[in-house]
Design a binder for this molecule. Sequence first.
Ligand SMILES: Cc1cc2nc3c(=O)[nH]c(=O)nc-3n(C[C@H](O)[C@H](O)[C@H](O)COP(=O)(O)OP(=O)(O)OC[C@H]3O[C@@H](n4cnc5c(N)ncnc54)[C@H](O)[C@@H]3O)c2cc1C
Length: 480
Amino acid sequence: MSDPRAVAAAAEELRAALAPQRVSLDADQLEAFGTDESELGIFPPELVVWPLSAEEVRRVFEVARRHRLPVVPVGARSGKSGGSLAPAGGIALSLERMDRILEVNVEDSTARVQPGVILSRFQAEVERRGLFYPPDPNSLDLCTLGGNVAENAGGPRAVKYGVTREYVLGLEVVLPTGEILRTGKRTVKGVAGYDLTALLVGSEGTLGVVTEITVRLIPRPRHVSTALVTFRTVEDAARAVSRVLAAGVLPRCLELLDDVALAACARTAPYKFPPDAGAALLVETDGNDEEQVFGEIVRVAELVRGEAAGEVIVAQDESQRRAIWETRKYLSNNLKALHPHKLSEDIAVPRSRIPEMVRISREIGRRHGFLVSTYGHAGDGNLHNNVLYDRPDERPRVEAVVAEILRAAVDLGGTITGEHGVGLAKRDFLEYEQGPELVALQRRLKALFDPEGLLNPGKMFPAKGSPGLPRKGEGNGALP
Ligand SMILES: Cc1cc2nc3c(=O)[nH]c(=O)nc-3n(C[C@H](O)[C@H](O)[C@H](O)COP(=O)(O)OP(=O)(O)OC[C@H]3O[C@@H](n4cnc5c(N)ncnc54)[C@H](O)[C@@H]3O)c2cc1C
């Protein structure tokens, strides 16, 4: 933690540099900024600031450098890896008041936004103009575009449309050194120089503070068709996914639920699942030709008929479509009705390894005495393994389960995080996935952008002095 005199002096200077009402030392506010959706605990900053422009962000860094205070960029704190927490104290730099949609250019199919814009608001605005911004993390009513850029967020539609990085053309970014830079371009094509925009997207607020984002937009698909298919086993559902994609149909969503998830959903779902159902797929197709879109969902139904258990439910109208999505939307809460606590992971594995990954996660859980439920974006292999538990004091044992699951994902050719980021939660696993040389190169990059190590310290990289985890293939990551 910082010297209280440095914090008091910095607060005074920041009040003069920004505005008194946009600097807070209020204990309740500090505590609120000490949590996000990672359930890692409370890591409060020592003061909070709300800049309104890149120039004000630059001034915050000026003060922070003078007093050697860490700076943590903060969006909506919906993050699940602890990226916005302040384990070293310092200044929480909230972007929530930089929330203007600066431009939607229909002719160029681009938009410029400030980082604090809430994703669903932005999507509604561009859709009103016949355009579409596809990245759709399930937190879209909460999260900010700045947070999405920092985490390279994805969502159910990623299987067809890709993730945030595919849409970011350029950024305005303030480096801890005080430089205000514009990276990228406003054209869809452009290959000049290193792709610093791509480096900054997904850098988890460790390289610079994003103060403006230029994204490309695509035409809004006018029609969507949705279906729910149940299967006897996860293996059957995974085979069905491969069959659909191999047949040349590219749905915009292919969401998988395992038997535990399905049982949890059954409590509130508007459908009665067949008694032998052990998995489900939520499938969605979209496009501009209504008949073609419906035809594609019918084709999916035909392709999976062999594996399906019971009827394929195809939504006939918007209300039925919404009802199918409700099944997925309340899943997290429904799982908590089974066991009040859960630790949710977001590994990704090659699609062909999904059944193995589901089985292995479950076996790991069973060995430690916990139920593990897996659901997620089967189309791109991104799975949420949820370790369910009853009491907070079980958490260390749950973390041991998670550690084994993360290693198993890497051993199957996958990654420790498909969308939530490394942050504070998974920093000790980065080396297991990437090896010391790549991590060392990334540390050198970090030092170029942030020579004094003031921006979001303690995130992404293993803590100094941490023994880390054994490397892949060194024995400890053995599959059960
Ligand atoms: C119910 C729920 C569902 C979710 N579903 C998904 C999902 O489907 N897909 C998915 O990808 N994620 C999902 N998430 C995780 C989370 O919503 C995303 O990671 C989101 O992108 C975080 O945005 P935020 O504004 O809340 O950022 P925060 O949580 O505030 O911050 C996240 C990281 O971004 C950095 N940051 C924030 N703003 C800036 C900025 N302007 N410049 C530089 N760094 C910045 C922070 O320092 C931090 O490291 C979900 C979360 C919840 C609670």
